[in-house]
Design a protein around this ligand. Structure first.
Ligand SMILES: [Zn+2]
Length: 114
């Protein structure tokens, strides 16, 4: 397993091209991750593109395990993470699950304070 981080979209795209994803899948991935990335910048964070790749024996094509936006330095607040998760037009199941889970946690701690 190999973890890679990319500071620019161009490097990230090159990283995706080293995988077995089709060009169409790569384009959809870029569009999706870019929305997370740009929302994070808009909210004042320093995101990086992250890719987790693993190689099966005898193959030099990587399979992508995880596409994500990670943070350099300051970690976003839970409210901001929800905004970042919900930024893409088409959400992944993981984005939606994480956003709902965070929303429930925020609501719970608000109720506790009352
Ligand atoms: Zn996503």
């Amino acid at each position: 397993m190999e973890h890679k981080r990319y500071l620019t979209l161009e490097e990230y795209v090159n990283g995706l091209r080293e995988t077995e994803l089709s060009e169409r899948a790569i384009q959809k991935t870029i569009e999706h991750e870019r929305a997370h990335f740009e929302k994070a910048i808009e909210l004042g964070y320093s995101p990086v593109y992250a890719l987790e790749r693993f190689y099966t024996a005898g193959s030099n094509l990587a399979t992508v395990m995880l596409n994500a936006v990670m943070f350099n330095g300051k970690e976003p607040s839970p409210e901001h993470i929800i905004h970042i998760l919900l930024a893409p037009k088409v959400l992944s199941g993981g984005d939606l699950d994480d956003a709902l889970r965070l929303r429930r946690q925020i609501n719970k701690s608000k109720n506790r304070k009352k």
